[in-house]
Design a protein around this ligand. Structure first.
Ligand SMILES: N[C@@H](CCC(=O)N[C@@H](CS)C(=O)NCC(=O)O)C(=O)O
Length: 205
């Protein structure tokens, strides 16, 4: 198996696929794709990914893009640590959270790009629009995360990793985040599979 990821390990979607494979103890090769140089638009990559985006997972002649589809494929392909809750309603909620994080909260994603998480540095205050998105995020998480819990469904799921990344865009930029959400994001960030991604070698561009 090969996992094609951005060569600077900044993509939250590549991270999700990486964590999923790592949790399953799958044997896979990381193939870095240089987005800055447009390598994702090159013919060899286009032959693997119709979306021309990272991540893409390949297994022989099988090619799959879109990180949530990749996570579901990995879940169905490997035994070991479950990526999703077994309970059908909880599993559906985990997928809801994944889909939501990928389709909404754009002002946070734009004003707190993952460089904030992986490189640090100073960032301008959030715009009103981004503050509104942050407050929507906080309310949603407070509604779904049980008091005192460090995972959404009583046991780790890949939705926790995705959600912690979204919260950490704000936490690590020093934005105001409710303390129990900070504690949740920090606890999730310590997971060894996540730390493996965090500790990838990156170069400032
Ligand atoms: N919905 C996709 C999003 C993937 C995505 O946006 N990847 C970005 C890197 S974070 C990318 O490849 N950007 C290059 C481009 O769109 O040209 C997923 O979940 O995999």
């Amino acid at each position: 198996m090969k996992l094609f990821v951005d060569s600077n390990f900044l993509s939250p979607y590549a991270m999700s696929a990486f964590v999923a494979l790592t949790e399953k103890l799958a044997v896979f090769e990381i193939v870095p794709i240089n987005l800055a140089q447009g390598e994702h638009r090159s013919a060899p990559y286009a032959a693997l990914s119709s979306t021309l985006r990272v991540p893409t997972l390949t297994d022989g002649g099988f090619h799959l893009s879109e990180s949530s589809a990749i996570c579901e494929f990995i879940e169905d392909s490997f035994p070991g640590t479950s990526l999703y809750p077994k309970d059908l309603q909880q599993k559906a909620k985990a997928r809801e959270i994944q889909a939501w994080l990928r389709s909404d909260l754009m002002p946070i994603r734009q004003q707190r790009p993952t460089e904030v998480i992986f490189f640090g540095g100073a960032h301008p205050p959030l715009s009103e629009e981004a503050q509104a998105a942050a407050s929507k995020l906080f309310t949603a998480v407070e509604n779904v995360l049980p008091e005192g819990a460090d995972s959404l469904f009583g046991i780790w799921s890949i939705a926790d990793t995705d959600l912690a990344l979204m919260l950490n865009r704000l936490v690590l930029a020093g934005d105001k985040v409710p303390p129990r959400l900070v504690a949740y994001a920090q606890a999730q960030w310590q997971r060894p599979s996540v730390q493996e991604w965090v500790n990838m070698h990156r170069t400032a561009q």
